[in-house]
Write a protein that binds this ligand. Structure first.
Ligand code: ASP
Ligand code: MG
Length: 406
């Protein structure tokens, strides 16, 4: 039995017309000899009646700080409604479809409500259903803890469900259906000539996602990567081939001639604050520890971390800037907070070891008179912090400089 997991996002299950397109994708998988396991997200986007955001807003009308446990119970409803409707649609089309919650599909999580981690997947029930020729339709984004608590996997977590089921079932492929034709070199609302990538490595797509691209949940990629199961991101609304995510390496692409690109995409995270702390006493080794410990104790996640003699810099999301500044001042720090920043990153598995990537990066920004406030790099990315008013011109200039539109 060759299993395929087909995950359909919120816009792919939002209306009766679109759900008929979903039926066609499932039908095609069956015709190609696969046994499909369907995973669905809640129906529609923010503002629509059965979307996840609607349930969050509804719960918060009762109490703004409603407990995460209770929030998870209402969040469960979104995927339940969607899975029931999609199962009914499949039954009407002649499929022997069966709706399952995340727990019924064998997804066991920890007890971290709103952001639970999958501890294990027991695929027995799914395998039995598949053997009987049934099409399981599983609620994405949910699981159950070992003490029978209903949990959700964090926003965008239906991708994680699909990957976890794909891994547990040893699927041939995990298809992620969405409303765009694949993963793009940049956000097309910013860069008009951004293009769809045919293929991308697990590592690159994780970097793109962590650096702000809203392509696929990075956790899903990490899970698929562990079992080396290909992920295909494609549109429900077209027959475009989509973007294949696999373990292609730079060497592979050089050998096959498929691709020798240095950069794969340009991405950004907006609304960031930069924190700069001057350290006057260079002999005081505990000062930097106290600074990072204070952030940690207050649940503030930090990024773009630079520790130099005399100065510590890092970034945080803008909404936490006031709290962080106050806590650091209470610690006696000489702190300077700059609001209104954005982090722009060039991601590419081919960056490592190639001379001149940073020179090109800096040249593109210099020609557009964009000051760099801070930089950080990894072997597959280079990021800069800039003033957010320069965001559009920086992303466009870098996309151009790294030949991503051809
Ligand atoms: N419905 C959930 C969310 O909006 C999970 C998902 O769509 O992947 O975050
Ligand atoms: Mg999603």
């Amino acid at each position: 039995m060759e299993i395929i997991v087909q995950k359909f996002g919120g816009t792919s299950v939002a209306t009766p017309e679109v759900r008929e397109l979903v039926v066609k994708k499932i039908q095609a998988a069956c015709e190609n000899g696969f046994s499909p396991v369907v995973v669905v997200s809640a129906m529609g986007r923010k503002g629509e009646c059965y979307a996840t955001d609607t349930f969050i807003e509804l719960a918060r009308t009762a109490y703004k700080n409603i407990a995460n446990r209770e929030l998870d119970q209402i969040l469960y409803c979104g995927e339940m409604i969607s899975a029931v409707i999609m199962t009914g649609t499949l039954q009407a089309a002649g499929f022997d479809a069966v709706m399952l919650t995340g727990g019924q599909a064998g997804i066991i999580t920890d007890n971290n409500f709103n952001n639970a981690r999958i501890l294990k997947v027991d695929p027995t029930r799914l395998l039995n259903l598949l053997k009987m020729g049934k099409v399981p339709v599983v609620c994405g984004f949910q699981g159950v803890s070992s003490d029978d608590e209903f949990t959700t996997l964090g926003r965008g977590g239906s991708d994680t469900t699909a990957a976890a089921l794909g891994a547990a079932l040893n699927a041939e492929m995990i298809e992620i259906y969405t409303d765009v034709d694949g993963i793009m070199t940049a956000d097309p609302r910013i860069v008009t000539n951004a293009k769809i990538l045919d293929c991308i490595s697990y590592g690159e797509v994780c970097q793109l996602a962590h650096q702000g691209a809203k392509v696929i949940h990075p956790r899903a990629v990490e899970i698929a990567m562990q079992k080396n199961i290909p992920l295909l991101v494609k549109s429900t609304f077209s027959n475009a081939p989509g973007t294949l995510i696999t373990n292609i390496t730079q060497e592979d692409t050089e050998e096959t001639g498929v691709n020798d690109r240095i950069a794969t995409g340009v991405t950004f995270i907006n609304n960031i604050a930069q924190i700069k702390i001057s350290l006057h006493d260079l002999t005081n080794n505990t000062a930097s520890f106290n600074i990072f410990k204070t952030m940690s104790d207050n649940g503030i996640s930090i990024d773009l971390i630079n520790v130099n003699p005399g100065q510590i810099m890092f970034t945080i999301t803008e909404d936490l800037a006031e709290k962080a500044t106050i806590k650091l001042q209470e610690l006696g720090c000489d702190v300077q907070t700059t609001l209104g920043c954005a982090k722009v990153s060039v991601v590419g598995g081919g960056i490592n070891g190639v001379p001149g990537v940073m020179a090109n990066f800096v040249e593109a920004l210099a020609l557009n008179h964009i000051p760099i406030l801070q930089t950080v790099d990894s072997h597959t990315s280079i990021s800069v912090l800039i003033e957010k008013s320069f965001l559009q011109s920086a992303v466009t200039a870098l996309h151009e400089k790294f030949n991503l539109s051809c």
